[in-house]
Design a protein around this ligand. Sequence first.
Ligand code: HEC
Length: 158
Amino acid sequence: MPLLVSFKGAGNALTGKYYLLILLILAFALPLALFAAERHIMKPRVPAERLAEARALSSPLPDSPDTVEEGQHLYEGKGTCFNCHGYTGNGAGPVAAELNPAPRNFHDREFWRQRTEGEIFWAIKHGVTGTSMIGFGDQLSDKEIWSILQYLRKFADE
Ligand code: HEC
């Protein structure tokens, strides 16, 4: 009988150890996963060799209601941006669920903190390699892209 008890005791101690291990793994895995997701957003989408050139670009357009209105018109029309990024800019457009990586959510302030307007312009014009974000340089003029960018900013203000 005492042997049985001690066996049981050993069993419990072992399970206890595993519990601790599992808890430890969970405790580390969660922040790591969050960190990885965060780093993913922070990683520039412009290729390293074009980054300096992209960051030097700045908008020639005024932040006027006319520019924003023109941008919205293109975002919801010719640009087709709403299909993936959504009418409300939250990255959940009609076809978004089928896309990996997911379309950018323009309400995410971290995104705006991590990018210059030049980088964002560059990504819209040339696209992001390896994703469904194609370059729109053929369909949209530079001026049109800058006006869309001015509209995108408004999503982050909400
Ligand atoms: C077919 C779907 C699709 C369409 C249409 C689309 N996008 Fe995207 N877009 C994406 C995806 C997916 C990403 C995320 C790419 C990534 O994570 O690297 C993205 C990312 C972006 C980014 C972020 C780039 C960065 O530096 O992180 C911007 C800005 C953007 N899109 C603007 C636009 C604009 C403006 C239009 C319309 C002219 C548009 N997109 C149309 C799918 C789309």
